[in-house]
Design a protein. Structure first.
Length: 174
């Protein structure tokens, strides 16, 4: 980032979007129990055994394809045009006070991670994390995933990010 330039001014109008979520997956802890322990409301959940919402060619949802785990997702509510660093800091601010509780969930979970996505209409872009923010991520002790969506088809990329839990369908741009 250039001196004197805000992170949100870097995203501009070139079709870039950024999203970040914190996700917890478990075979034994249902989402409502994760919420109770953390004292946080998720943005999105699913329960083991629920239909995945996969559509057949005729448009109907296939009831035979089900989730194999429970999932709890906390999505950052910032606008998608704001730099990814801002999204990550928002999640850290929400999660750090719950660090001990999060670590206590580890034995009952199959995966706990930060999951971030980035797309650009021209395929260019990036973000920068300062040492303090990197330290905050590291101190929590969970994986950090950055998923890149190529510029080929913005609509398709957005739908893929939605499937990965980064985007709620209600936040889709027009």
């Amino acid at each position: 980032m250039l001196a004197g330039q805000s992170s949100s001014s870097l995203t501009g109008g070139d079709g870039k979007w950024w999203r970040a979520a914190f996700s917890i997956f478990s075979l034994t802890l249902p989402p409502h129990e994760i919420s109770e322990r953390l004292g946080l409301e998720p943005s999105r959940t699913h329960e083991k055994g629920q239909p995945r919402g996969v559509r057949r060619k005729d448009g109907a949802i296939s009831p035979s394809i089900v989730w194999k785990d429970h999932a709890w997702h906390l999505n950052c509510p910032l606008k998608q045009e704001q730099n990814l660093t801002d999204h990550i800091i928002w999640l850290l601010d929400a999660l750090e006070p719950k660090a001990e509780i999060l670590r206590s969930l580890v034995p009952d979970c199959t995966l706990i991670r930060f999951f971030c996505g980035f797309a650009s209409g021209n395929g260019q872009g990036g973000f920068e994390l300062d040492p303090v923010t990197l330290g905050r991520i590291s101190k929590l002790g969970f994986n950090f995933v950055l998923d890149l969506y190529p510029p080929s088809d913005a609509e398709e990329n957005y739908e893929e990010a939605e499937r990965n839990g980064l985007i709620n369908s209600s936040s889709k741009p027009s």
